[in-house]
Design a protein around this ligand. Structure first.
Ligand SMILES: *Cc1c(COP(=O)(O)O)cnc(C)c1O
Length: 478
């Protein structure tokens, strides 16, 4: 590759866009500048490689390709077949899965594909069988009623939202909460860890069709072998949503009992979080569920996005290289250094630390709500997001936690020394921020007081920390 290839590619692309709508070109350039300047600790974000980004911006976007490799409902899909087959092959090899379905457009979509595959596999529903063989037009009104009745009784057991579970695991704001009768398991009130005996008891009582493991805000490993035993003991299908930690599975940080792929009946993921690929989703499963999973489009998905599947193939090829394992172990070393740095300075952490890529700070220790803490950190150039803590007294909007994660900063090259410096910046801001009051003098859960001079100083320090680790160093937009 020529030394200027990346700069040339992005510069030329922006020049072409600028000729049509300069404001879009400007916004794209501004986004790069913003990302370069901010200390990004959002646990679900990352920086995809230039190769991954560039694989998305092309004529694959113009192609309809409903169906699967070699079995399309549209003519002329031979090149889409090539990239979809490659992405699936890389995914199977990387994760040791029998089957990979790389069409889901996002993590939510991957979960919907998995839910419908499990329902179709497990529930005796003549109406659903008809729908599955694409005889939807033959479904009578009575069939639709039967379908709703037959499926409406099904149960799902997943991790509670405030313990770190995800909306798509059966909670109201998501369709899964309307599809399933849901119950959730929390974490131990003292240790903050998953209590497997409590999960087993909930499973025995509730007898779910689907047991879901996976999270977006739980800072610890989950033992998937034990979870599978629990699922088996009640005849449930065991599904793992590894959206957040797929990179740690790919990078062989989570192995044995902590690798979901050999233990789960079905695994879903995003491709853009710790896995560092394009925005998208994926489903992995054994041969038993493969046919149902492949019906994701048109059951719940719109037509595949061939340009994104091309980028998935590139990113998954990257994740198969030895340096990705090194990256994954550095993500965890960095999260632990950040946790240690915060603890040493007196912060309160949910579970007292981390063994994955994220740390959940209980900011009630600083007398703040999550919302106040998140905004005060943002004023100081530190990008995080507020998040509920277990049994959160402030609810899901204001919350009492701030979630920080290391996949993005680790991609940039920051290491454990910089994580300690980051802990110092976070602690400085949070310990100097005080809750504000409403106009009538009552305490506010949103307003806060932070000396702007301090916020500026921390912003500058954050900038200095990042200066040694340029983002996309080979990309110069001029
Ligand atoms: C992020 C996430 C999702 C949703 O992913 P999208 O791509 O935003 O749809 C689903 N499940 C879990 C556990 C997640 O963390």
């Amino acid at each position: 590759m020529s030394p200027n290839a990346e700069s040339t590619a992005f510069r030329s692309a922006l020049e072409v866009v600028r000729a049509v709508e300069p404001r879009v070109a400007d916004a794209i350039g501004a986004e790069l500048a913003d990302q370069r300047e901010s200390l990004k600790l959002i646990a679900s974000e990352n920086y995809a490689s230039p190769a991954t980004l560039l694989a998305m911006g092309n004529w694959f976007s113009d192609k309809y390709a409903e169906g699967t490799v070699g079995r399309r409902f549209y003519a002329g899909c031979q090149n889409v077949d090539t990239v979809e087959a490659l992405a699936a092959e890389h995914a199977r090899e990387l994760f040791g899965a029998a089957h990979a379905y790389v069409q889901p457009h996002s993590g939510i979509d991957a979960n919907l594909v998995a839910f419908w595959a499990i329902l179709a596999d497990r529930v005796e529903s003549p109406a659903l069988k008809k729908a599955q063989v694409r005889q939807v037009n033959d479904l009578t009104e009575a069939d639709w009623f039967a379908l709703r009745r037959e499926l409406g009784d099904q149960r799902m057991l997943g991790m509670s939202l405030d313990a770190g579970g995800h909306l798509t695991h059966g909670f109201r704001p998501n369709i899964s909460g309307k599809m399933f009768d849901q119950r959730s398991y929390g974490t131990d009130p003292v240790t903050g860890l998953v209590d497997y005996d409590a999960v087993a008891e909930a499973a025995r009582e509730f007898r779910p069709l689907i047991l879901v493991a996976g999270y977006s805000a739980y800072p610890r490993k989950v033992n998937f072998r034990i979870m599978r035993e629990i699922a088996d003991s009640v005849g449930a299908t065991f599904m793992v949503d590894m959206a957040h930690f797929a990179g740690l599975v790919a990078g062989k940080v989570f192995t044995g009992d902590f690798d979901p792929v050999p233990h789960a009946h079905i695994v879903t993921t995003t491709t853009h979080k710790s896995l560092r690929g394009p925005r998208g989703g994926m489903v992995l499963c054994g041969p038993e569920l493969a046919d149902q999973v492949d019906r994701g489009c048109p059951m719940v998905l719109g037509g595949p996005l061939p340009h994104v599947m091309a980028a998935k193939a590139v990113a998954l090829a990257e994740a198969r290289r030895p340096d990705f394992a090194d990256y994954a172990s550095r993500i965890v070393a960095n999260a632990q250094a950040l946790a240690d740095g915060l603890l040493r300075r007196g912060a309160k952490l949910v579970t007292g630390g981390t063994d994955n890529h994220l740390v959940l700070i209980d900011v009630s220790g600083y007398g703040l709500t999550g919302r106040q803490a998140e905004q005060a950190l943002l004023d100081s150039g530190i990008v995080t997001n507020r998040n509920a803590v277990p049994q959160d007294p402030n609810g899901a909007w204001y919350t009492s936690g701030v979630r920080v994660g290391t996949p993005a900063l680790t991609t940039r090259g920051l290491g454990t020394a910089e994580m300690d410096a980051t802990a110092e910046l976070i602690h400085t801001v949070l310990s100097q921020t005080t809750p504000g009051a409403n106009a009538d003098g009552t305490p506010s859960k949103a307003k806060y007081v932070l000396d702007p001079a301090l916020a500026d100083k921390v912003s500058r320090q954050a900038g200095e920390l990042l200066a040694g680790f340029p983002l996309y160093p080979a990309v110069d937009l001029g």
